[in-house]
Design a protein around this ligand. Structure first.
Ligand code: ADP
Ligand code: MG
Length: 844
């Protein structure tokens, strides 16, 4: 067995090998050590190899899923080696039946409902005169398969990042610098051999997979780089899944131009699908959660990460949202959609023959409500009526499933009982043998009585099984084919071939039922394959309907409004609010903004904690929501063409990638300066902080001028450098600040964006609010005064500062001064001691 294990392991060196032994998956050698560490399992030993004990760790097979899910999250891939023959048929044979990797999940137990598991591949080639390439991205759980081509490496990587690729396949000889770039992302990188990147081989493989004569229908020419990328992905799926991939039946060449672009830093800063706090509740996507089906939320997530900038599509969605808002059917529609489940993923499992009976019943249910759904949708020429027209009833599919399966399905297939007995005569027969054998025996008994004319009866016991009993006085009258089994005092027991046969059948009935159910279930899955395309189409339409309804309900629940789209560049928001802040704060101050080519650079000043970053994020988020086709949290919003949203907000070290905060800031600033256009929305939050004031200010000033005059982008520039407020001399620049109510010593942040600049940062006030000790604040005040004066006139006295312990000693000395213990009452002594302890606690 160990030799077999070693052979198989050598074929899957980069995966953890789960080797099935009875009720366990066992792991050996370094695999065992790895999982014992990652999953905190006991490490044991089994036998020896080259005179050393073999480390072993095991996982019970019935709860393997939860361990696999955890390993996948850690970025491991897992080869599952199953017993493929039964122990009772001789020596057990084993083979790898599946390789589970982070990018190839389709099983619900491993998948997050709102996040897809995506596999990507990158093909990149460079010559001295030309560099270009393609990526292919496939989602196994839905069958969605897209390719992108570009001569810009960063753009391709960004697209992988945006889509949420979990595992990326690259050429084994990809250059060092490119490989280094790919390493700093959250995906598992897999190097693939050179031969897989052969264009002609992959072209043929694709033609074969799609059963087409040409790839032109997918938008690819014979020389497209996409062919290689797509072929590599498909080949990897075939070797890992070892299953039909018939739900991947088409390929789309997507254009990176028809969408509002956002780089990965911007998506992170805006906290679209992940938040810095790691709490999903703080993400923009959470605003739409829960949708009525998981597929609806996934679609919204795709719209959010890659909003279309095709006005026709946006207006179509807007009209659908309005129609749903004004419809009196939308609550009913919502409750129907809530009941249909994840049709998209069920259909994919069906294609891979991994769908369970409960999946199919759920599918049948979804089909059964389609007539109701259609009757609730309007019949105009909008998106909703297109959905109604295109949804397919597929009554025969529904009926076939309902006829074949037991509803509700038992929780495990291993216990049987999921196929409707009445749907198959053979199954009915086994069922009768198992559960109605008394009746069969009675019939046989009567038949024999009639044939022999004897008063015989059929009985059974555990030792002898079934037999025919006759009283001894009649025993010599039985026919010749009666075989004597046993003689007792008063009776004689016989067996006949018919009874023996029945006994074997009854004993085997349970297993025969199991086997028959399995066959019938496979038949059902096979039969349903013919409907895959139609079922996928239905899933897509239902997801679309859900996304629209969820967006419409969000708008009506919170009193949002629809933005209006204009031809001229610009953004104008009245009484806008940050939707996430609104969810978590009771009182939120609405704010306005106008940006357009002649007022394109807002220099935003004001105290820390005043609300600058929130205001900037809010402007970006509302723009994004508008381009998704959604309602927005604003009294009024007008928006023109926008090609990109680019942000540099907040400080984030990436020490693990060897980049300091300032380095990160400059990388992002450089990216913005190299890519922003006059229709880009650019948000820069306090750039130039992580270096000396002089360097920082110079960089900030130069960046502002660059964006203003070179890129000419619509920009909000939040800063503490008051020098920047003097830039209004340049055409296009205007000042704004966040309002503060300053009442002597206490300040209140109004969170209101007002015209003009401020020359106060209130840094010391914020420091006080944060609990900086008074002694330090006093010192800071003195320094502030001193720094404002020219060196020649410096008169401010900078106070002395004592080590903390001495200040405590000083205070205690004051307390103890002139005290005499003999003159103190116990209460006085207690209160003095309490004061001293309090002082001590404050200091430590
Ligand atoms: P700044 O960037 O100016 O330091 P932030 O934008 O980070 O300030 O805001 C600080 C805090 O102020 C936020 O966490 C939020 O609690 C509150 N805040 C910001 N804007 C508003 C607003 N419009 N209405 C109410 N509270 C706000
Ligand atoms: Mg800020």
């Amino acid at each position: 067995m160990m030799q077999h294990y070693i052979n198989i392991k050598s074929e899957h060196p980069s995966s953890l090998l789960f080797y099935r032994l009875g009720d366990f998956y066992e792991l050996f050698f370094t695999d065992a050590i790895t999982i014992s560490q990652v999953l905190n399992l006991t490490l044991t030993k089994r036998g020896t190899y080259e005179d050393k004990p073999i480390p072993m760790a095991g996982i019970p097979h019935h709860c393997a899923d939860q361990y696999i899910a955890r390993l996948l999250k850690e970025g491991f891939s897992i080869a599952i080696c199953e017993q493929i023959t039964d122990a009772k048929d001789g020596p057990v044979e084993r083979a790898v039946t599946r390789i589970v990797t982070p990018g190839t999940l389709s099983d619900d137990s491993y998948l997050d409902a709102d996040q897809a598991s995506l596999l990507g591949s990158l093909f990149w080639h460079e010559t001295s005169s030309k560099a270009c390439g393609a990526i292919a991205i496939v989602e196994l759980s839905s069958g969605r398969f897209t390719v992108f081509e570009s001569d810009n490496f960063d753009l391709l990587i960004d697209e992988c990042d945006r889509s949420g690729v979990k595992e990326l396949l690259v050429h084994e000889n990809l250059s060092e610098d490119k490989f280094a770039k790919l390493k700093s992302h959250a995906w598992l990188l897999q190097k693939r051999p050179h031969w897989e990147f052969h264009k002609e081989t992959q072209r043929r493989a694709l033609l074969d997979h799609f059963s087409t004569h040409s790839l032109e229908g997918f938008g690819l020419t014979d020389s497209s780089d996409s062919i290689v990328a797509a072929g590599v992905v498909l080949h990897y799926l075939k070797i890992t899944q070892k299953k039909a991939l018939s739900h991947i039946h088409s390929l789309r060449l997507e254009n990176l131009e028809h969408c509002l672009l956002m780089d990965s830093a911007t998506r992170e800063h805006l906290e679209l699908t992940d938040s810095q706090s790691k709490d999903k509740k703080h993400t923009l996507l959470h605003l739409f959660s829960p949708s009525y089906t998981p597929m609806g939320l996934r679609l919204i997530s795709r719209w959010m990460l890659k909003p279309s900038n095709v006005l026709k599509h946006i207006r179509q969605r807007q009209n659908a949202l309005l129609a749903l808002l004004n419809s009196n059917k939308s609550d009913d529609l919502a409750s129907i959609l809530s009941s249909i489940g994840d049709v998209e993923r069920i259909v994919s499992r069906l294609a891979m023959y991994t769908a369970k009976p409960a999946d199919l019943l759920s599918l049948a249910h979804a089909l059964s409500v389609i007539p109701d759904i259609c009757s609730m949708l309007p019949h105009d020429d909008g998106l909703l009526s297109i959905i109604a027209k295109q949804l397919l009833l597929l009554t025969e599919v529904k009926e076939h499933i309902q006829k074949t399966l037991v509803d509700p399905a038992p929780s495990h297939m291993r216990d049987g009982g999921y196929i409707n007995i009445a749907s198959d005569t053979l199954l009915q027969e086994y069922w009768d043998l198992k559960y109605d054998s008394d009746h069969l025996l009675k019939t046989l008994e009567e038949k024999e009585r009639e044939a022999t004319g004897l008063n015989l009866s059929i009985h059974s016991n555990r030792v002898h099984g079934l037999y025919i009993t006759i009283s001894r006085s009649l025993a010599d009258k039985v026919p010749a084919h009666y075989k004597r089994k046993q003689t007792l005092k008063n009776e004689e027991r016989f067996s006949i071939p018919e009874l023996l046969e029945l006994e074997v059948k009854i004993n085997n009935a349970q297993e025969a039922m199991f086997d028959r159910e399995k066959i019938l279930y496979q038949d059902l899955l096979r039969h349903l394959q013919t409907y895959l395309l139609q079922l996928k189409k239905n899933a897509r339409l239902l997801a679309l309907l859900d996304a629209l309804l969820t967006m419409s309900k969000l708008g009506s629940r919170h009193g949002y409004n629809l933005p209006s789209f204009e031809d001229n560049p610009g953004i104008k928001i009245e009484e806008g609010k940050h939707p996430i802040l609104e969810m978590h704060l009771e009182h939120i101050v609405p704010n306005d903004i106008t940006l357009n080519p002649s007022l394109r650079m807002m220099v935003l000043t004001g105290p820390n904690m005043g609300g600058k970053s929130t205001f900037m994020r809010q402007t970006a988020v509302l723009t994004l929501l508008a381009y998704m086709g959604s309602f927005v949290p604003a009294a009024k919003m007008n928006i023109g063409p926008i090609d990109r949203i680019m942000t540099r907000i907040g400080a984030k070290d990436e020490i693990n990638k060897g980049r300091s905060t300032f380095m990160m800031e400059m990388i992002e600033t450089a990216y913005i300066l190299n890519h922003a256009t006059p229709t880009s929305l650019v948000l820069l939050d306090e750039i130039g902080r992580g270096t000396s004031t002089r360097d920082g200010l110079s960089i900030a000033q130069a960046t502002l001028r660059g964006l203003l005059e070179r890129n000419r982008s619509m920009t909000i520039f939040a800063t503490h450098y008051f020098e920047l407020t003097k830039m209004t001399a340049h055409e296009g620049v205007f000042n704004a600040h966040v309002g503060v109510h300053d009442d002597q010593d206490t300040i209140t942040f109004l969170h209101k964006i007002l015209n003009g600049s401020t020359d106060q940062s209130y840094g010391l006030h914020v420091a006080k609010l944060a609990g900086v000790p008074n002694v330090i604040l006093e010192l800071a005040n003195a320094y502030a005064l001193s720094n404002q004066m020219p060196d020649t006139e410096k008169t401010t006295v900078i106070p002395q500062i004592l080590p903390q312990k001495d200040r405590l000693g000083e205070k205690i000395t004051t307390l103890l001064h002139n005290r005499n213990p003999d003159e103190m009452s116990p209460i006085e002594a207690h209160s003095l001691l309490t004061k001293i302890i309090l002082l001590y606690n404050e200091q430590s």
